[in-house]
Design a protein around this ligand. Structure first.
Ligand code: NAD
Length: 425
């Protein structure tokens, strides 16, 4: 099929490359010229394992093309995905102006039947608004349908998630749209859930809110473990064996970050409020997450007493391993709290960079060198195999505060470290 994907970001570029790898003919469009120029050279503008390689392969096969404008990019397409950002507005609602702008541009370029599909995460009823916008602005009598096909990929594992998803949710309101979507995903071996557009929109917000709730839940339990002397990993294992609960997303630590969970919780909470439904649970989920950085800094203070003038090594800047995405990463909150106390920060991340924080250390050992304390903030695999003997010899004080429970406490302590983790002794 001929497909257009509007937005060459974390979702759009992956979607475009994956559909192209399944044999579809894809045009990917972004109004950020830099992203399109990089993509044309076979490079993603962000780090995602395997993505640049896949882009180069499908571009070479002539299956993936890049355009700067919607008018050019959608002219041959039957299916048009909208994959632009939907960030949070000041009042907590989803900012839908990018979606609206794209809908207007699609309308102005509409010449033949197109199925316009929401890939971006949007509040329920956005599909109906897109329909209204297109009917308002279209200049030709071309037919169109709207569908919702929310994306569930995880950054760092995006290609696998896109090519082999747990499920494919497809919300439509006409038989024609349903048939086109079924044809598009024919070659994907995953359960396909056909719903109304509103249900599909709600499935995405409800899923992300539920996952965020699981993380906050286990973090609240971790705090209780610390008070009464339990071990959160044992507790999570014991809970996780219950198939109704499951072990995934019961990893205690510094909570979630990134561009999705926080904004989707806010948007879902606001949607409920708009319709006078009470969903205060989501506020509590968010609150538990927001206090993690402060709690972590308290752990540091407990070991170092005063912070003024001390040096702390931070391992991990990205909001999760496998990506260089630092949007809403907890590392920034921790670093900012420490800098308020005049701490000198050394930091290292295998992929992320952020020059405003000063030069990145060359490696974890460089970040540890001369530090009074080493903090693990993102659970990159690379940190699991750190040479602890070497780390200890480099540090000013042998203290590790592990925000992601990466190590067995005994393994670290036997090297002479003071080791503090989350919800464990
Ligand atoms: P992103 O910021 O990485 O990418 C969005 C892209 O859209 C940008 O490159 C931007 O330049 C482009 N864009 C904006 N307006 C445009 C226009 N008028 N014409 C052409 N291009 C335009 O965002 P993302 O992380 O890919 O997220 C996109 C959507 O997918 C959001 O709604 C997000 O919630 C959702 N989502 C994200 C993830 C994730 O892990 N990042 C996962 C699932 C769903």
């Amino acid at each position: 099929m001929n497909i257009a994907v509007i937005g060459a970001g974390h979702v759009g570029l992956v979607t475009a490359a994956c559909f192209a790898s399944k044999g579809h003919m894809v045009w990917c469009i972004d109004n950020d010229k830099r992203k399109i120029d990089l993509a044309r050279q076979g490079k993603a503008s962000f780090f995602e394992p395997g993505l640049s390689e896949l882009i180069r392969k499908v571009v070479k096969e002539n299956k993936l093309h890049f355009e700067y404008t919607i008018e050019k990019g959608i002219s041959n397409a039957v299916v048009v995905f909208i994959a632009v950002g939907t960030p949070t507005k000041k009042d907590g609602r989803a900012e839908l102006c990018y979606v609206e702008k794209v809908a207007e541009e699609i309308a102005l370029s509409l010449r033949s039947y197109k199925l316009i599909v929401e890939k971006s995460t949007v509040p329920a009823s956005t599909g109906q608004w897109i329909k209204k916008i297109i009917n308002t602005y279209k200049t030709k009598e071309a037919e169109f349908d709207i569908a919702s096909n929310p994306e569930f990929l995880k950054e760092g594992n995006a290609l696998i998630d896109s090519l082999s998803p747990d499920r494919i949710v497809i919300g439509t309101e006409t038989d024609r749209a349903k048939k086109v979507m079924a044809q598009l995903y024919l070659d994907f071996d995953a359960p396909k859930i056909f719903t109304s557009i509103e249900s599909a929109e709600l499935i995405k917000h409800a899923s992300n809110s539920f996952l965020a709730m699981k993380i906050s839940f286990i973090n609240a339990v971790a705090d209780i473990c610390e008070s009464v002397g339990g071990d959160i990993n044992e507790v999570a294992d014991g809970m996780g064996y219950d198939r109704r609960i499951g072990r995934e997303f019961l990893q205690a630590g510094l909570g979630w970050g990134g561009s999705c969970f926080g904004k989707d919780l806010d948007a879902f909470y606001n949607l409920a409020e708009q319709y006078h439904s009470s969903f205060d649970l989501l506020q509590e989920v968010k609150y538990i997450n927001e206090i993690r950085a402060g709690q972590f800094v308290e752990k540091i203070k407990k070991e170092l007493w005063t912070l003024e003038g001390k040096q702390i090594g931070i391992l991990g800047l990205s909001f999760k391993p496998g990506t260089d995405d630092v949007r809403d990463a907890v590392s920034f909150k921790i670093i900012s709290l420490l800098q308020n106390e005049n701490v000198f920060i050394k930091w290292y991340d295998p992929q992320a960079d952020y020059p405003l924080l000063g030069t990145k250390s060359k490696n974890p050992y460089d970040a540890a060198k001369g530090s009074h304390c080493l903090c693990i903030v993102t659970e990159w695999d690379e940190f699991r195999t750190l040479d602890l003997v070497k780390i200890k010899s480099l540090m000013k004080l042998p203290i590790i505060i592990d925000g992601r429970n990466m190590f067995h406490p005994e393994d670290v302590r036997k090297h002479g470290f003071t080791y503090v983790s989350m919800g464990r002794k």
